[in-house]
Design a binder for this molecule. Structure first.
Ligand SMILES: Cc1cc2nc3c(=O)[nH]c(=O)nc-3n(C[C@H](O)[C@H](O)[C@H](O)COP(=O)(O)O)c2cc1C
Length: 178
């Protein structure tokens, strides 16, 4: 059994990318894994100030929700980042989280597999690849980990528009195959 931590970045209700996350979680639970989903909705997450104190102490000097999230990220076997596509990249909420996970950079972590799920209005290579590059950049900083898979739901704009999209089955199947 693996501990799967899903982090979802969309802040809007009836989020398309949240539906992808739920499909992945269903598959992983069916396969017997322990799954926790954390949404960034309502979380207090300040920008990283770049002080780098975390590289000595292993902890961020800013006392907000990023501290507890970083502890959970550190203990998970599998990470799943989920984001809407904003300006051909990840949402700012996820980028802020990536920066605030800097305390993990200097120490140990368990995760080896990282997955990335995204939803976008356009069904284009640019909308698919830009955000993936951003996530790949974060993963590359953790030598023991790899970006093991991605799911892209293009052509979804309005909240809930993802219903019936084949990406939901793909996300469920990857979760089931962990
Ligand atoms: C600020 C902003 C920027 C966006 N940029 C893009 C974009 O570059 N390409 C695209 O295809 N869709 C873009 N969209 C549309 C969203 O990716 C789309 O509505 C997606 O389904 C939102 O996912 P969510 O429901 O999980 O929040 C943008 C939406 C917003 C609000």
């Amino acid at each position: 059994m693996k501990h799967v931590l899903i982090l979802t970045a969309s802040l809007r209700p009836r989020s398309n990318s949240d539906r992808l996350a739920a499909a992945f979680a269903e598959g992983a639970r069916e396969a017997g894994h322990a799954v926790e989903t954390i949404s960034l909705k309502g979380k207090r997450l300040a920008f990283c100030t770049g002080c780098l104190a975390c590289q000595k102490t292993g902890r961020c000097v800013i006392a907000d929700d990023a501290r507890a999230i970083a502890e959970k990220v550190k203990e998970a076997d599998v990470l799943v980042f989920v984001s809407p596509v904003y300006y051909y990249s990840i949402a700012g909420s996820l980028k802020t989280l990536f920066d605030r996970l800097n305390p993990l950079f200097a120490g140990d972590y368990r995760f080896r597999e990282v997955y990335f799920l995204s939803a976008a209005a356009e069904d284009s290579e640019e909308a698919k690849e830009g955000p993936k590059t951003a996530v790949q950049g974060w993963v590359d900083c953790f030598e023991e980990a790899r970006l093991a898979g991605t799911v892209f739901a293009g052509g979804c704009d309005a909240p809930g528009a993802i219903e019936g999209h084949p990406a939901l089955d793909k996300a469920r199947a990857i979760g089931r195959a962990l």
